[in-house]
Structures are given as C-alpha cells and as structure tokens.
Design a protein around this ligand. Structure first.
Ligand code: NAG
Ligand code: NAG
Ligand code: NAG
Ligand code: NAG
Length: 280
C-alpha cells in the first residue's frame, strides 16, 4: 500500500536527513535543536472520521504573506485549557500572542468549516522541568482568552490517572504536509501499540543510555511504515482504557525514519505530568 507522508513545514524536510542515526551522536542528533525542529508527523494511517477526535486542535501561527499556518496540534482538556508539547511553544513570546491561535472543531484546516471555533492565546505555561536538550517533560498548557463552546465537534478528552495500566491499542492523529509537498488538510490518524518502557529503553539504550526518561512513553505503528513522523507534534496518543479513550501521550519525537519498524515513536507520558497539568 502507498501511504502519504506528512511534513508540517517545508523546512522540516531537512529534518529527514538529520534524523538518520550517526552512531555516537544521538544526543546531538535526536535531542538537540535539530530534533526539535523535526517535530513529528504521521505516516500511513487514514483520514479520520470528522467527529472522532473532537478534542484535537490545530495550533497556528500567522506568517507574513502566508496567513495562518498550522505548526502543531493540541488537545482540549477544559473549555479554556489546551495541552500540547512544550517544544511546539519553546520560542513563544507573549508579546506576539496575537500571531498565534488555536482552531478547534476542525477536520479540514484549509476550509472555514461550520464546526470550527477560534481560540486566541492567553496564558502559556511550559512544564517547569521541560528540557530543551533532553526533550524531557515535553508538556505545555495553553489557555484560550475565551472559553470554547463544547459540543459534538469540540469536546474535552479524558486524561490518564498516574500509574494507570497501559492497554495496547492506541491511535495518534494529526495534520501535516505530504512528502509530495502538498499539505494534508484533513485530519488523519494511525493505529499504534504501546511499547513497554523496558522494551523502549532497551532499544534506545543501544544508541545512547538514558535517552528515554520517565516522562516519556513509546508506541509503534504497524509493519507498513506506519506511525509518527515530522510534523504533528503536540497531538494526542489516544488509548482505550476501562473508562473509555484517554489521552495517554503527546507526540514528542522520533528517531531514524518516519514510521521506523526498529525505533518506536516517543510521546510525553501524560500520566507523569497529571499533577502539574491539573495544578496550572
Ligand atoms: C485501526 O484499527 C482498527 C481496528 O483494528 C481498524 O478497523 C482500522 O481500519 C485501523 N485504522 C488504520 C488507519 O489502520
Ligand atoms: C521538577 O523537578 C524537581 C527536582 O527533581 C522536582 O522536585 C519537582 O517536583 C519537579 N516539578 C514538577 C512540576 O514536576
Ligand atoms: C463529550 O465527551 C463526553 C465524554 O466522551 C461525552 O460523554 C459527551 O457526550 C460529549 N459531549 C458532546 C456534546 O458530544
Ligand atoms: C489490539 O490490536 C491488535 C492488532 O491490531 C489486535 O490483535 C488486538 O486484539 C487488539 N487488542 C485490543 C485490546 O483491542
């Protein structure tokens, strides 16, 4: 099967080559500025049903001559509260708040859909222990200036409780630009299964020890190059739990190639930051 490949920004094409492992160099390659510029996107998967991810929002920045550009995803956890990856907003400057927005209730981000609601940026908080170099604690919270109107297309997601049991089947979802150069304007998702922390650490330890921290969790897609890739960082990893779907992870980083069969995609593990998220 042919799958689309999604890039969030044209500049991120460069990230593809940067993502290739250079033996002794992982920290520079995968945890430094280069990796942060890569973000993550989705390869494989399918266009999502319109109302499958009502918590997912597009984070957009206004660019001169280009208008509003999608750069990351986020998830609604309260009428005014969005969670995303800290690396998406690492260079956010509050003076320029009006050049940022979130679009909720969107399926096709190139259209003005009736279901869409715009939220302007209010307070932005990065996790106090977010590490730019180690990508540790890759969590951020954005408050919108006015509450979103919750409905069938705009809704909050459940968060995992600390220490919740990890059941296997999850989906990651996002928008992005295909590697044909054209943006995927429609929200897509891919099935992913959780890789246990022990397995994930064992895989990454072969390259460099302690890359996988306790704030991270890993998941992989199917065998046909499915999974995360550059582009839709900050988006949700939704997993089925006893109480229904919960957002267990936030797309953070990948290594090697998009949808790598060897290296699982890495997410910020929401259960480890639950207290901080609730407290801000
Ligand atoms: C994900 O898995 C479900 C259940 O196995 C399946 O119905 C669906 O087609 C899969 N979606 C993708 C994008 O592979
Ligand atoms: C940040 O790290 C310090 C030191 O490990 C810890 O005491 C603190 O609780 C952490 N903060 C959060 C919000 O997790
Ligand atoms: C929002 O999500 C909750 C939990 O999934 C659901 O019970 C509720 O019906 C949803 N609200 C709307 C308006 O669809
Ligand atoms: C998870 O997905 C795998 C492969 O698609 C399937 O075999 C398994 O039954 C699923 N497990 C659950 C709990 O849905």
């Amino acid at each position: 099967m042919k799958f689309g490949i999604f890039l969030a920004l044209v500049a991120l094409v460069v990230g593809l080559s940067l993502a290739k492992p250079k033996e002794d160099n992982l920290m520079e390659e995968s945890s430094g500025q280069d990796l942060q510029n890569m973000d993550s996107r989705i390869v494989g998967g399918e266009v999502s049903p319109k109302d499958k991810y009502p918590h997912q929002v597009s984070l957009q920045k206004f660019k001169f001559l280009k208008g509003w550009q999608h750069f990351c995803s986020g998830s609604i956890i309260g009428a005014r509260k969005i969670v995303t990856a800290a690396h998406c907003l690492r260079d956010y400057n509050r003076k320029w708040w009006w050049t940022y927005r979130i679009v909720a209730g969107a399926h096709n981000i190139a259209q003005k859909e009736r279901t869409q609601q715009i939220g302007r940026f209010g307070r932005v908080l990065l996790h106090p222990n977010y590490s730019r170099s180690a990508l540790d604690n890759d969590f951020a919270v954005v408050y919108t200036r006015k509450p979103l109107e919750l409905n069938h297309y705009v809704n909050i997601t459940q968060l995992p409780t600390p220490g919740a049991i990890q059941m296997g089947n999850c989906t990651a979802s996002g928008w992005g630009v295909t590697n044909s150069g054209r943006p995927s304007v429609e929200l897509r998702y891919v099935n992913m299964s959780i890789v246990t922390p022990m397995q994930c650490k064992a895989i990454y330890n072969q390259i460099s020890p302690s890359v996988i921290t306790d704030s991270m969790m890993c998941a992989k897609g199917g065998p046909n190059i499915e999974g995360l890739c550059f582009g839709d960082s900050g988006g949700p990893l939704m997993c089925r739990e006893v109480q229904g779907p919960v957002m267990k992870g936030i797309s953070s980083w990948i290594y090697d190639t998009c949808g790598s069969a060897t290296y699982p995609a890495v997410f910020a593990d929401v259960s480890t930051a639950r207290q901080w998220i609730d407290s801000v």
